[in-house]
Design a protein around this ligand. Sequence first.
Ligand SMILES: Nc1ncnc2c1ncn2[C@@H]1O[C@H](COP(=O)(O)OP(=O)(O)OP(=O)(O)O)[C@@H](O)[C@H]1O
Length: 362
Amino acid sequence: MALSIGIVGLPNAGKSTLFNALTKNDVLAANYPFATIEPNVGVVGVPDSRLDKLAEIFGSAKILPATVQFVDIAGIVRGASEGEGMGNAFLSHIRESDAICQVTRVFRDEDVTHVDGKVDPGSDIETISTELILADLQTVEKAVPRLEKESRKDKELVAQLEEARKAQTALESGTGVLNAGLDLALLRDLHLLTAKRFLFVFNCDADELADEALKQKMRDLVAPAEAVFLDAKSEAELVELGDDEEAEAMRAEMLAEMGVEEPGLDALARVGFATLGLQTYLTAGPKEARAWTIKQGATAPEAAGVIHTDFQKGFIKAEIVSFDDLVAAGSMNDAKAAGKVRMEGKDYVMADGDVVEFRFNV
Ligand SMILES: Nc1ncnc2c1ncn2[C@@H]1O[C@H](COP(=O)(O)OP(=O)(O)OP(=O)(O)O)[C@@H](O)[C@H]1O
């Protein structure tokens, strides 16, 4: 289950800078893989220090983190739905994404032009949100006549048609689909952008990152959606440093100077996971230490199914120790001796950071 996040924003908001930082981010640990599928699609390993620890305990040869796929698209301008700027056809590249990350410029550098002549995060968010609503409206306006025709023959489509009509009404009134109280399952085939969850990246300069009052204002703008604050340009520089010890020390120093505890990219991956209601569980052995992505609330057999459908079908039980207990014990055997390793059955609801071995029948 690769989580996919589409990046949107005005031109010059810092999307490509952020995307480049994300996709070159194989320095956080040489083991975190990164692959470019297409020039604008990057798969990024979610940094997870627990994996390093597991690899140490189990002598794992490889570390395989959970992954997030980021899709970068061109900037959207006001009027894109009517063909302004580069239009909005390229929004189709993010129709399949699980979530949308809106990058908003807060940094004030006068050398970087702003399409509207001034830096105003609230107004920029409004512009992008409006264009996404208009893009969805175009999709729905095409779908409704098609569904009207098809539902005459196929009665199962009647419910979809009704819901598409309701979505049209909501979009016409300027409301995104996610919060319009609609049955999203019936609208799934339309891949509407405003049916997705949103998170917001505020691209700040160093002073702004330290300005708690400003950050609170930005949070209030987008609540209940999550806000991540980072300086895309500095993040890109951090990533360029390399991954030797000296670079590591320099990175720590730069982060301290920026007054932040974790690199913004880590925060983005973490918040992206949370926004989608995802969590990870862990497996480890001599071959690899690995993080697997599951929905919060997933049961043990569902978690097993992420590794292989056979694991789910033939699920017997799961041997589970929580990461913290395992680390405290120092080894699997010591954790067992301390009574920290549990046998869980098919109703067990997974917790984040469970270290698991599944027993199954094939
Ligand atoms: N936090 C920041 N502080 C200062 N300058 C920044 C910051 N983030 C990005 N920039 C600069 O802003 C400019 C625009 O950034 P970038 O090209 O990433 O924007 P974009 O959103 O991808 O634009 P487009 O949609 O036109 O491709 C670049 O020169 C970049 O170095």
